[in-house]
Design a protein around this ligand. Structure first.
Ligand SMILES: Nc1ncnc2c1ncn2[C@@H]1O[C@H](COP(=O)(O)OP(=O)(O)OP(=O)(O)O)[C@@H](O)[C@H]1O
Ligand SMILES: [Mg+2]
Ligand SMILES: [Zn+2]
Length: 346
């Protein structure tokens, strides 16, 4: 018969991504029973009845327990923790935030949908800040789809000095750390599971020698998954900027952003709408091809500032694609960004 110790050891490998600790350490496993036919029954206590990561946790439990020889059926029963206990547990993670080091401001860039231009906006903000004389770094937290190093045309593999990763610098001196700088084969798709993504992001923060910075910008993958949770929970963020596009559904992004900021106590600095309009190169008229801006409505709904609209510029697409964002020129866009930076400067 399978022994309980063996099961506990396997379950120690199952992380609650939200808590950043194993379900055993978090005391979420309330009961383990094994019958004579090696059927396992686990009772799992959740911190909230609407745990968005439950499917993932269940999946991890199953895949870990299936490694045990002779296992038959695995049943997972869930219950909700008493409120007091959940609160205590959640407050623990707040205390466990990583230190700020020599970085003045840490800001994450978030979006609901993919492809709205987060990485481009992150890069443009970094360039604007560097032009203003600030010391800037970008941590590319999009582990499986990193694009920052490509946008800056940085191809140097970071080297290690005394156990610290030295981030390569762009032409303007922006320090960059991105997964595709570390993986040798840029083309091979990265298939990583949640806990690995989380620990990669943690390492990008703690094991990289960022030195003294005025701003560290964090480029996130789209949506709300392990990467976002990790960044919001363990990094000492000063705030989050939300990037939207005019086609965005107002409802989904609002709900996600609200949940994250409220449950994790991180201020939302404001909303930037990207690809809002096209400026006529002949007369300067702003043509809104997607209709009325929704950015303002979104900002209002989540009680935050509308920071501004960025137009579509085909030259920006090319600059990002060619890795020459630092040579990109657009007075209109850079003056909008400068204004945004002044509005949110913490
Ligand atoms: N204002 C703009 N004008 C023209 N092209 C833009 C603009 N903003 C972004 N793009 C282009 O749109 C594409 C998607 O942008 P980007 O990669 O920055 O989006 P993302 O939100 O980071 O995507 P993902 O969700 O995949 O991380 C890129 O080719 C980029 O160059
Ligand atoms: Mg991106
Ligand atoms: Zn015109």
């Amino acid at each position: 018969m399978i022994n309980k110790e063996e099961i506990i050891n396997k379950l120690k490998k199952v992380m609650d991504p939200e808590l950043g600790m194993s379900i055993i350490d978090a005391n979420m496993v309330r009961n383990i029973s094994i019958d004579e036919n090696n059927n396992i029954k686990i009772v799992l206590a959740l911190t909230s009845p609407s745990c968005p990561l439950l499917d993932k946790i269940k999946e991890d439990i199953l895949s870990n327990l299936k490694e045990i020889q002779g296992v038959n059926n695995i049943e997972i029963i869930t219950e909700v923790m008493p409120e007091e206990e959940a609160k205590k547990l959640l407050s623990k993670i707040r205390i466990r935030k990583l230190p700020k080091m020599n970085i003045k401001r840490i800001i994450a860039i978030l979006s609901g949908k993919g492809g709205v231009g987060k990485s481009s906006i992150t890069s443009l903000i970094a360039v604007t800040l560097a032009n203003m004389g600030y010391k800037v770094g970008i941590l590319d937290a999009d582990i499986t789809g990193s694009s920052i190093s490509k946008i800056f045309g940085v191809k140097v593999t970071p080297f290690i000095v005394e156990g610290k990763i030295i981030p390569p610098k762009s032409k303007k001196g922006i320090k960059i750390i991105s997964m595709n700088l570390i993986l040798l084969d840029e083309e091979s798709p990265v298939i990583w599971r949640g806990p690995l993504i989380s620990s990669a992001i943690r390492q990008f923060y703690t094991d990289v020698d960022w030195g003294e910075l005025d701003y560290l910008l964090i480029d996130l993958p789209p949506g709300t998954s392990d990467a976002q949770l990790t960044v919001m929970q363990i990094l000492p963020l000063d705030g989050v900027i939300i990037v939207t596009s005019p086609q965005e559904l107002v409802g989904t992004i609002v709900a996600k952003a609200m949940n994250m900021s409220i449950s994790l106590g991180i201020p939302i600095l404001g909303v930037i709408e990207n690809m809002s309009y096209i400026t006529c190169p002949k007369c300067g008229e702003k043509i809104s091809i997607f209709g009325e801006s929704k950015g303002k409505i979104i900002a209002e709904k989540i009680n935050t500032k509308f920071l501004g609209s960025i137009p579509i510029d085909p030259k920006l697409t090319i600059a990002c694609d060619k890795g020459i964002i630092e040579d990109y020129e657009n007075k209109e866009i850079f003056s909008i960004l400068k204004e945004i930076i002044e509005t949110i400067s913490l």
